[in-house]
Write a protein that binds this ligand. Structure first.
Ligand code: NAD
Length: 538
């Protein structure tokens, strides 16, 4: 296990007795923490302590928001939104591009905080500022393409001028999970802001500091006071007060919570996008390059210790290559380094909590008790940190085992053999989820044909998940129980807008003119309809 050492100037170099008790003092400077936590809208005086999953070291006391605080956050957001919506699109886009630069300049600080709060390895934490930089650049550069008024066909050529405006919804409520605490807290909010909305966000209680650093960076990038507001507290308590005041809700988290949120939004007839869980498949076809597939399979299965909505938990491998592939995959998995470290060089870090550890252990124990074989891993590693679990490969998983169809959300992958590809696709499509899939094949064109048969919102060919997730121009989200709506691309910003059609009519009207009877008007219009079709008009 690597020694924990500070990687930026914001970390205190050691508790009173650091060698024996990491819990003896705070991991972060009190002033640094206070500058973050003051951003929570809270008047309760109540706080909740958070500790690092790396070693239990205390990090902060997070102020808690009451329902009244939530109301105040929405009142601030509503006031700020009026002026914000009148700020020019060019100015709003410029702030996103400034955020891009800030996030890259401050990435060491951001990564330190993510690692401390989540226990993930530094290389997995790096994905977060990278994803925010990509998102900020993409929306900053494509603002006009998505939001400028669009000319449309008018019903009477030349005489009906139609344009569609994209008006902001108003105040967007964003509820986000802990697994990617910086990017999940920010990525969905950036297009909401660009479209002229204000945001009230409730990050997960375990990872508030990373989200609050995001709020600070938005302020530094020039976003005015009140357009981005952070509340803190249990979702079950402050989720409903948020939904009651939102004009739109963006939720990322479990399918069970997503359903609760969808029904509350339905009651208010407001829109919601839901980015939910998955039980993602990966297909290793018989013509796959075995080394590349094994390398990709490790990242697909064990990135962020499997606590990733798009990570794979079911692997279908062609019979012809099964043994040769599995031998490579197991060898690469066994070569992974595990560690509780702030430094680069660790392949996989900790799970975030005791709850996560218990779920992962329970899934593995259940599978083993019912006859599954552990090819590697399968054990908790308390010697590395309180919530470590080894990357685990299972064979012989059957439908009576919990991990066959339930999301583990941990570093556990089940291997299945297939004989023909149609059967592999059918098994990949089994179950209720439909978030992400991967296909490894040396024939990209055939991979794309197979992709269309897979009921998942994203499919990566010859890559784990990063190819779709980082291609911000294309939509990302789930089919079936994995969600509703999409983040990224034009869908990811248009969800935060109301489309408004404005038609300006000249010379002719939609009623009989020049003393025409209703019957003559109907005949003239019928002739006009026939003519338009002949002319090829849509
Ligand atoms: P969760 O649903 O328990 O919590 C997610 C968020 O919802 C947290 O902020 C939580 O405080 C809040 N919340 C909980 N109950 C609430 C309620 N009744 N009303 C309003 N808010 C409430 O999810 P989790 O288990 O912490 O996160 C892991 C899950 O998230 C996994 O299933 C994972 O697949 C999913 N996830 C999906 C994506 C995606 O993009 N599809 C990304 C990350 C995580």
């Amino acid at each position: 296990m690597s020694e924990q050492t500070p990687a930026s100037g914001h970390l205190v170099n050691g508790p009173a007795d650091p060698e024996h008790d990491p819990k003896a003092s705070y991991a972060l400077e009190p002033d640094y923490v206070a500058n973050l936590t003051r951003r929570v809208v809270s008047t309760t005086g109540a706080t909740v302590p958070v500790e690092s999953p790396l070693n239990g070291q205390p990090l902060a006391h997070i102020p808690q928001s009451s329902a009244q605080d939530v109301a105040e956050a929405y009142a601030r957001a509503r006031r700020a939104q009026v002026t914000w919506a009148r700020t020019s699109l060019a100015d709003r886009a410029a702030m996103l591009l400034r955020l891009h630069d800030l996030v890259l300049d401050r990435q060491e600080e951001i990564i330190d905080l993510i690692v401390l709060e989540s226990g993930k390895s530094r290389k997995h934490a790096f994905d977060e500022p990278m994803h925010i930089a990509l998102t900020a650049r993409y929306y900053g550069r494509t603002a006009h393409e998505h939001l400028d008024p669009q000319r449309k066909l008018g019903v009477v050529p030349g005489l009906t001028r139609v344009e569609v405006n994209r008006l902001p919804k108003g105040v967007v409520g964003i509820i986000s999970p802990w697994n990617y605490p910086f990017t999940m807290a920010l990525c969905d909010g950036l297009p909401a802001l660009l479209a002229g909305n204000a945001v009230v966000t409730k990050p997960d209680a375990q990872t508030m500091l990373s989200a609050l650093l995001g709020a600070q960076l938005l302020e530094e990038a020039g976003f005015p006071e009140g357009v981005w507001n952070v509340v803190a507290g249990p979702g079950a308590e402050i989720g409903t007060p948020m939904i009651e005041r939102s004009d739109y809700v963006c939720f990322t988290g479990s399918t069970a919570t997503g359903k609760l949120i969808a029904s509350q939004c339905a009651d208010r007839l407001i829109g919601a996008s839901l980015e939910l869980g998955g039980k993602n498949p990966i297909l290793i076809l018989r013509d796959a390059n075995l080394e590349k597939a094994a390398e990709g399979a490790v990242r697909a299965s064990f990135s962020n210790a499997g606590q990733l909505c798009v990570s794979v938990e079911r692997m279908f491998i062609a019979d012809q290559i099964y043994d040769r592939f599995v031998q490579r995959f197991v060898a690469r998995t066994e070569a992974m380094t595990l560690g509780s470290s702030m430094e680069w060089g660790v392949d996989m870090g900790s799970l975030i909590s005791q709850t996560q550890l218990e779920t992962v252990q329970a899934h593995v124990d259940d599978a083993v008790a019912k006859g599954a074989r552990v090819l590697t891993g399968g054990r908790a590693r308390p010697d590395l940190g309180p919530y470590f679990f080894e990357p685990t490969i299972l064979e012989g998983v059957t439908p009576d085992m919990t991990c066959f169809g339930d999301e583990t959300f941990g570093p556990v992958i089940a291997l299945y053999r297939f004989h023909d590809e149609a059967d592999a696709v059918a098994r990949a499509n089994a179950g209720d989820y439909g978030l992400n899939a991967s296909i490894y094949t040396s024939d990209g064109a055939r991979g794309r044909v197979i992709a269309k048969e897979i009921k998942c919102g994203t499919v990566n060919i010859n890559e784990a998940f990063g190819a779709t997730f980082a291609s911000i121009d294309s939509p990302m989200g789930g089919m079936r129980q994995s969600g509703m709506g999409r983040r990224q691309g034009s869908e990811g910003i248009h969800r935060y807008t109301e489309s408004q059609s404005v038609a300006t009519q000249r010379l002719v009207r939609f009623a009989p003119m020049l003393g025409m009877s209703d019957e003559t008007y109907a005949k003239v219009m019928t002739a006009q309809l026939r003519l338009m079709k002949k002319l090829g008009r849509a």
